[in-house]
Design a protein around this ligand. Structure first.
Ligand code: ADP
Length: 477
C-alpha cells in the first residue's frame, strides 16, 4: 500500500506507517499514513517560521488563487472525498459528501476574503497626526484537529490561517488522516510556497505536545476534548501565545407544549443521533415540558425504531458506526451509568452486529432523567440522549442553562414570546429556534461560551480576530 507521507518544508517525508481503519468494517484498511516524530514537528515549525516573512507579505491574488483552486478541486472530487470521509470516520455517505462540499465552500469564502482585507483611518486627538489601524498576520499557527469532522474542521482553520498571511503546522487526529492528507496535497499542488503549510500526522502526546511546547508557534487553534484543551491553554499561557480552544458541549433542545410535534421530533433525531451523535453541537439533553412529554417520547421512540444503523457507505443507512473501540466503550459505559443513576432506557443502547465487523451501536434514549445525573452533565459524544421533564418554560430555560458548557442551545415552540426570550437568555454561543442544535452555516461565527470554548469565534469574517493581530500606526504630518 502506498504510504501517505508528511509534508515538511515542501518535501513529502515518510515515517512509521499507521493503518487507517474503517470503523464500519475493521478488516478494511483505508490507507497507510506516516507517523511524524517530535523532531519532525520541530522541523515543520522551523520551516513555517522561515516561510512566514515572505508569505505574510505575499500578494493577495496569490493567496486568493491557492484558496480558490483548493475549493474548486475539493468540489470537483466531492464524491471521492465524501466516500473517503465516510470510510475513515463512519458518518453516512450523504453526510460525508455534505461535509466535503462545506469544506469547498469555506475555501471559496476565504479566497474572497483575501481580497477584502480592510483597515481604518481616523484623525488623531492631537492635531496634525493621522492614525491607521490595520490587521497583520500573527505568525506560525499550530492547527490541532479532532476526528469528528475530518474535512470541515481542517478547512475552517487552514483557510483563514493562509488567507490572512500566516504559515501553518497542521496536526490532524490520527484516526482520520485521509481527508487531512488530501487537503494538504491539494493546497501544495495549488502552488503554496515551501514551508507555508506543513502536515505532521501523528500522536497528540508526541506531535501535538511538541507544538504546544515550542516557543516558535505563535498561535494555536484547537478543537477536541476538554482535557487536551486545558493543556493547550496552559502551555499557551506559559509561552504567552494566542490560543483558541473549541471543546464540546452538552447542548439542550427545549421542547415546549406548543411545539409542532413533527418539527420537535425531527430536530431531536437529527440533533441527537445523526452523525452517530459525534458532534460537539449534538442535542444530548432533551428538555421537555409536561404537556407534550409523553407524546414527544412516543413519537421519538417510533422514529428511532425506523432508523437504519449500518455500514456508513451503504445506501439507506441513517446512522453509521461509532468511530472506534474506545469511543464505543465510553458510550456503553455511560449507558450503564445512566441505568445505575435511575434513568429509564426506553430505547436502544445495544451493540449491533452487521455483515461487516464494525462499532455499531443502537441509538439510546433515556427518560426520567434529572439535571443532576452524570448522563445529563457530561459529554458522552455518542448516540445517547437524555429526556428531562420540566413543568414550564421557566424551568426549561433554567435546566437548559444548568451546565458548564455553552455551545449550542435549541428550542422548539410556536410562541414568539418564548422564542425571543430564549434567544436572549440561553447561555450559549449559538441558539436555534425550531432547528436542530447541530448544523450551522459556514459564513457566520461558530463558537460557544462557558466551558465549551475559549478565545475568538471561528468561521466567517469573525475568524480574522484570531488569525490576525491589530496594529495602530501614528503618522505626524
Ligand atoms: P478526542 O477525544 O476527540 O480524540 P483529543 O483532545 O484527545 O480529543 O484529540 C483532539 C486532538 O488533540 C487530536 O488531534 C489529538 O491527537 C490532539 N492531542 C491529544 N493530546 C494532545 C496533547 N497532549 N498535546 C497536543 N495535542 C494533543
Amino acid at each position: 500500500m502506498t504510504l501517505h507521507a508528511n509534508l515538511i518544508d515542501g518535501e513529502w517525508l515518510p515515517g512509521e506507517a499507521v493503518p487507517n481503519i474503517n470503523p464500519s468494517n475493521t478488516n478494511d484498511v483505508v490507507g497507510d499514513y506516516a507517523r511524524a516524530s517530535a523532531d519532525d514537528a520541530g522541523r515543520a515549525i522551523a520551516a513555517a517560521k522561515a516561510a512566514f516573512p515572505a508569505w505574510s507579505r505575499s500578494g493577495l491574488l496569490e493567496r486568493q488563487s491557492v484558496l480558490r483552486k483548493a475549493s474548486d478541486e475539493i468540489l470537483a472530487r466531492k464524491e471521492e472525498f465524501g466516500r473517503l470521509l465516510s470510510r475513515e470516520e463512519g458518518k453516512t455517505l450523504p453526510e460525508g459528501i455534505g461535509e466535503t462540499v462545506r469544506a469547498a465552500q469555506i475555501f471559496d469564502f476565504f479566497a474572497g476574503e483575501a481580497l477584502r482585507l480592510t483597515g481604518e483611518t481616523v484623525p488623531s486627538v492631537r492635531p496634525g497626526i493621522g492614525v491607521e489601524m490595520t490587521r497583520e498576520a500573527v505568525g506560525v499557527v499550530g492547527i490541532i484537529t479532532p476526528w469528528n469532522f475530518p474535512i470541515a474542521i481542517p478547512a475552517w482553520k487552514i483557510a483563514p490561517a493562509l488567507c490572512y498571511g500566516n504559515t501553518v503546522v497542521f496536526k490532524p487526529a490520527e484516526l482520520v488522516s485521509g481527508c487531512s492528507w488530501a487537503i494538504v496535497d491539494i493546497l501544495h499542488r495549488a502552488g503554496l510556497p515551501q514551508g507555508v503549510l506543513n502536515l505532521v500526522m501523528g500522536k497528540g502526546s508526541v506531535v501535538g505536545q511538541a507544538m504546544l511546547d515550542s516557543p516558535d508557534v505563535d498561535a494555536i487553534t484547537f478543537t477536541g476534548s476538554i482535557d487536551t484543551g486545558k493543556r493547550v491553554a496552559a502551555a499557551s499561557v506559559e509561552h504567552m501565545r494566542k490560543f483558541q480552544t473549541e471543546m464540546g458541549g452538552k447542548n439542550p433542545l427545549v421542547v415546549l407544549d406548543d411545539a409542532e410535534l413533527d418539527t420537535a421530533v425531527e430536530c431531536a433525531v437529527n440533533g441527537a443521533f445523526f452523525s452517530t451523535g459525534q458532534r460537539c453541537t449534538a442535542s444530548s439533553r432533551l428538555v421537555v415540558t409536561a404537556g407534550i412529554h409523553d407524546r414527544f417520547v412516543e413519537a421519538l421512540t417510533g422514529r428511532l425504531k425506523n432508523l437504519v444503523v449500518d455500514d456508513a457507505l451503504k445506501q439507506g443507512t441513517h446512522i453509521g458506526p461509532v468511530v472506534d473501540q474506545s469511543q464505543l466503550d465510553q458510550d456503553m459505559e455511560y449507558i450503564e451509568i445512566g441505568r445505575g443513576e435511575g434513568a429509564r432506557l426506553v430505547f436502544g443502547g445495544e451493540r449491533l452486529n452487521r455483515e461487516t465487523p464494525g462499532f455499531y451501536l443502537q441509538p439510546a434514549l433515556f427518560t426520567e432523567c434529572t439535571s443532576a445525573m452524570r448522563i445529563a452533565r457530561e459529554e458522552i459524544f455518542g448516540p445517547v440522549a437524555s429526556v428531562i421533564r420540566v413543568k414550564d418554560y421557566d424551568e426549561a430555560l433554567a435546566v437548559a442553562n444548568d451546565t458548564r458548557f455553552g455551545l449550542s442551545s435549541g428550542i422548539c415552540t410556536q410562541s414568539l414570546k418564548h422564542a425571543t426570550h430564549f434567544k436572549r437568555n440561553a447561555e450559549a454561543g449559538m441558539v436555534m429556534v425550531n432547528l436542530p442544535t447541530a448544523g450551522v452555516d459556514f459564513h457566520v461565527p461558530f463558537g460557544g461560551r462557558k466551558g465549551s470554548s475559549y478565545g475568538p469565534r471561528e468561521q466567517g469574517r469573525y475568524a480574522a480576530e484570531f488569525y490576525t493581530t491589530v496594529k495602530t500606526a501614528y503618522t505626524g504630518m
